[in-house]
Write a protein that binds this ligand. Structure first.
Ligand code: ATP
Ligand code: MG
Ligand code: MG
Ligand code: MG
Length: 441
C-alpha cells in the first residue's frame, strides 16, 4: 500500500511516527483491514530524534519505514523466519553480521531464533521494556518486539555484545508482536487477534548495503548534503566535523520540510506548524554556520523535490506551494535572524551561567527564535536557558491575548487556536511512550 500522510488521523500523536500508525484502528478491531497481510513504505517524522540528527550515524527526523503487517494472520514464528529470509537472502546480508534482540520475558521468540533459525545464543540479546516492548503511545496497541541489528565488526567476537555501541551495531528491523492493548490506567488486555507490525528503516538498510559510514552519505540524502556544501563553497569530504553535522542537518531537515508542506502543514507557532517552522529555521541557521549568506531554501527545496519526486509524485503537484512556503518563511526569519543572533551573542557574553526566561522569550517573540534554537546556541556556548521562566513568560502573553480576545467575540481564529492548543497539549505523549525518555520535542 502507498504511504499514508504524515498528518495522522489520530489525536494522540502529532505526526506519523511509524508505519503502524495508519493501522491503529485495525489493530484495535475498530476497522476492517484491507487485507490480512499488507506491506508499506511509510513516510515518518520523529521530532524526538531532532537532536540526534547529524550526531548519530542513523537518526533522522524524516525517514521511510518499510513494514510488513499481519492482521490476525501470520504471527511470531512466521514473522521471524520471513524477516531472516528477507535480510539474509533478499538483501543478502551475511548471517555472521547479524545479532538479534528479544524482550527479556519472551522465551518463545528467543527459542525461535535459536532453534528454528539457528542463531547462536550469544547473538540473541535479551533486553528490557524500554528497548523491546513497543507502543505507539501511552495507550493503544502494543507488544513485545524483537529487533535485528547489523554488526559492522563481527571479528570482535560474540562475548560482551553491547547493542548500545553504535559504532559497532545498527538496529535496522523491528518485529513487533502486537497482541495487547494498554488502557489509560496502564493495564494490558489481549487484543482480539494476534498481529504483526514490523519496521525497517530504508535509510539504515541503504547505509548497510551501500557500505557507507552513515545514513547521510547514501544516495537517499547525499545529493542534498552535496548541494548544501556547494552553496557554502566547501567540500563535505574535507569539512570539519561541525560543518559536516550542519550539512547533514540541512539534508535531513529539507526532506522533512518538503513532505510536511506537501501533506498540508504551514509554518506557525502551534503544533505541527511549529515543528515545520523549527525545522526551517534550523536549516537557515545551519546554512549560515557553513557560510551560506544568502537565501537558499528555494534552491535546496527544488533539489529535495527532485530527489524524491519519483517515489512521491504528489511533490510535483504541490511544488509551487512548497517553494512559496520555503521562500516566505526564510525571508521572514532572515529579517530578524541577524539582530537576534547579535542580541543572543551579547546575552551569552554578559551571562555566565544561563539566559533568563524573559530573554529567551524576547528572542522568540521579537526575533522569531524557537526556544530550542536559543537552547541549541546557548548550549554550544556552555550556558543553559531558564525554560520554566520562558514558559511562564509565554503563558503570561497567552493570558494577555485571551483577555484581549474576550471583547472581540468568538472568531474562527479562536476555534482554530483551541484545536491547535489541544493538539499541542497531547503532542508529547507519543514520543514519550515511544522513547521512554524525558526529553521532549
Ligand atoms: P533507535 O533505537 O535506533 O532509535 P528505534 O528502536 O527507536 O531505533 P523503532 O521504533 O523500532 O526504532 O522503529 C523501527 C525502525 O525504524 C528502526 O529499526 C529503524 O530502522 C527505523 N528508525 C527508527 N527511528 C529512526 C530515525 N529517527 N531515523 C531513521 N530510521 C529510524
Ligand atoms: Mg531501538
Ligand atoms: Mg526499535
Ligand atoms: Mg529511537
Amino acid at each position: 500500500m502507498a504511504s499514508a500522510s504524515l498528518i495522522p488521523d489520530d489525536p494522540t500523536v502529532l505526526l506519523t511516527i511509524a508505519g503502524m500508525l495508519p493501522f491503529k484502528p485495525i489493530f484495535l478491531g475498530q476497522q476492517k483491514p484491507p487485507a490480512l497481510r499488507v506491506t508499506t513504505a511509510q513516510k515518518c517524522i520523529r521530532t524526538n530524534d531532532i537532536e540526534n540528527v547529524g550526531r548519530t550515524a542513523r537518526h533522522h527526523t524524516f525517514f521511510e519505514m518499510l513494514g510488513n503487517f499481519s492482521f490476525g494472520d501470520y504471527f511470531k514464528q512466521q514473522a521471524i523466519s520471513w524477516a531472516w529470509e528477507l535480510s539474509t537472502q533478499v538483501f543478502a546480508l551475511n548471517p555472521a553480521n547479524l545479532v538479534v534482540s528479544v524482550f527479556d520475558e519472551d522465551n518463545e521468540a528467543a527459542d525461535i531464533w535459536e532453534n528454528i533459525i539457528g542463531v547462536s545464543p550469544k547473538r540473541i540479546i535479551r533486553m528490557g521494556a524500554s528497548d523491546n516492548f513497543w507502543a505507539a503511545g501511552p495507550t493503544g496497541p502494543c507488544g513485545p518486539c524483537s529487533e535485528i541489528y547489523y554488526d559492522f565488526t563481527p571479528h570482535l567476537g560474540d562475548d560482551n555484545i553491547n547493542l548500545e555501541d553504535d559504532t559497532r551495531f545498527i538496529e535496522f528491523y523491528n518485529l513487533v508482536f502486537m497482541e495487547s492493548n494498554r488502557d489509560a490506567n496502564g493495564h494490558l488486555t489481549p487484543l482480539a487477534t494476534k498481529n504483526i507490525d514490523t519496521g525497517m528503516g530504508l535509510e539504515r538498510m541503504a547505509q548497510i548495503l551501500q557500505k557507507k559510514s552513515n545514513n547521510y552519505e547514501t544516495d537517499l540524502i547525499y545529493p542534498l548534503v552535496e548541494k548544501a556544501a556547494k552553496l557554502a563553497k566547501i567540500d563535505y569530504m574535507y569539512a570539519d566535523e561541525k560543518s559536516k553535522a550542519s550539512l547533514k542537518i540541512i539534508g535531513d531537515h529539507c526532506r522533512a520540510i518538503i513532505h510536511l508542506v506537501s501533506d498540508g502543514v504551514t509554518a506557525s507557532n502551534l503544533g505541527r506548524g511549529y515543528i515545520l517552522r523549527r525545522l526551517l529555521r534550523r536549516v537557515v541557521r545551519h546554512g549560515r554556520l557553513v557560510g551560506i549568506n544568502k537565501p537558499f531554501l528555494v534552491t535546496i527545496g527544488k533539489a529535495s523535490i527532485e530527489l524524491m519526486v519519483k517515489t512521491y509524485p504528489q511533490l510535483n503537484i504541490r511544488k509551487q506551494t512548497i517553494l512559496n512556503e520555503l521562500e516566505r518563511e526564510e525571508a521572514r526569519f532572515l529579517g530578524t535572524l541577524e539582530r537576534g543572533e547579535k542580541l543572543l551573542a551579547e546575552l551569552i557574553e554578559s551571562n555566565s551561567k544561563y539566559i533568563s526566561g524573559e530573554q529567551a522569550f524576547e528572542l522568540y517573540d521579537t526575533y522569531g527564535f524557537p526556544l530550542e534554537l536559543t537552547q541549541e546556541i546557548t548550549e554550544e556556548n556552555g550556558l543553559t536557558v531558564d525554560v520554566a521562566g520562558f514558559e511562564s513568560a509565554m503563558n503570561a502573553q497567552r493570558q494577555r491575548a485571551k483577555e484581549a480576545k474576550i471583547n472581540i467575540d468568538v472568531t474562527v481564529q479562536s476555534v482554530i487556536d483551541k484545536i491547535a492548543d489541544n493538539i499541542e497539549g497531547t503532542k508529547f505523549y507519543g514520543y514519550h511512550a515511544l522513547e521512554y525518555s524525558s526529553r521532549i520535542i
